[in-house]
Design a protein around this ligand. Structure first.
Ligand code: OOG
Ligand code: MG
Length: 263
């Protein structure tokens, strides 16, 4: 039994409100038989509500593109989600965690597209549309209790997106081989995760190509100027008020963010 348009819209409204308020809601899959396709419709409707409030879609992200992330979340299929303007923080910037329920952070690599990118494409073809690459940190916050969800649940929740930060040095993908760059994420000066860009579907360009190819299924393409997060290279780490996070990526440089202290 497929969901009615009214049920899809109700889920979008519920998840959008939960994200705005920093509260959790029940997983849709606990009471409904939501398909992945229906979950993407929920995601798009929730993003449409943000756009109605004045947010702009500035990019997209891939998620669950490394084994470490798949194992951590218990969901083994790559997914995509939308990035909107208030989610982007400046390098070295900070955010207020009080409206986030259970923030986590993960090390990523980001692409800046120099031209439109439409599937079907190979990873090498996808890279031709890329103008710049940089280190990135993504801050996640699930709208489900204990960060527990099925594949359709997390798709509906815009893949737990909350904030992201891009390193201020952007390099050309023609200058750097992205295939196996060491990545070290430190929190308060202590190493929290060590990984490699190779953990992201063997090469981050594969993640970008997979995104373009998934969007083709719904007749969409990536647009010039869009930012694309390739997905966490390691498991995500829980954040606390006052935490300072630094990511260092070989050949790409660094990116930093800070969680506001309490009070
Ligand atoms: C889902 C979002 C996954 C990534 O990079 O793998 C994601 C989650 O882990 O809550 O952003
Ligand atoms: Mg991510």
């Amino acid at each position: 039994m497929s969901l009615s348009d009214a049920e899809i819209l109700a889920l979008a409204e519920q998840l959008d409100a939960a994200a705005a308020q920093g509260v959790t809601v029940p997983q849709p899959s606990a009471r409904l038989n939501l398909s992945v396709e229906e979950a993407y419709r929920v995601q798009r409707l929730s993003i449409a509500r943000r756009v109605d409030r004045g947010e702009a879609v500035i990019g997209m992200k891939m998620g669950l593109t490394s084994l470490a992330k798949m194992e951590q979340m218990g969901v083994h299929s790559p997914i995509y989600a939308h990035l909107t303007s208030p989610m982007l923080l400046p390098d070295g910037g900070r955010f207020d965690p009080t409206h986030l329920g259970q923030p986590r952070i993960e090390p990523e690599v980001a692409f800046v597209l120099g031209r439109d990118l439409q599937g079907p494409v190979s990873p090498a073809q996808a890279l031709l549309a890329v103008e710049g690459v940089c280190p990135a940190l993504e801050i996640l916050d699930s709208r489900y209790q204990d960060f527990r969800f099925s594949l359709p649940d997390v798709v509906a929740d815009n893949a737990s997106s909350a904030y992201f930060v891009l390193g201020s040095t952007v390099r050309s993908p023609r200058e750097v081989d992205l295939g196996n760059l060491g990545m070290v994420m430190s929190i308060n000066g202590r190493v929290a995760q060590i990984g490699s860009s190779a953990a992201i579907l063997d090469h981050p360009a594969r993640s970008l190509a997979a995104l373009a190819n998934m969007l083709l299924e719904v007749g969409e393409k990536l647009q010039a100027g869009m930012l694309v997060l390739a997905g966490g290279a390691t498991a995500a780490v829980a954040l606390s008020p006052g935490d300072r996070v630094l990511l260092e990526v070989d050949a790409l440089g660094t990116v930093q963010v800070q969680v506001d202290a309490e009070g």
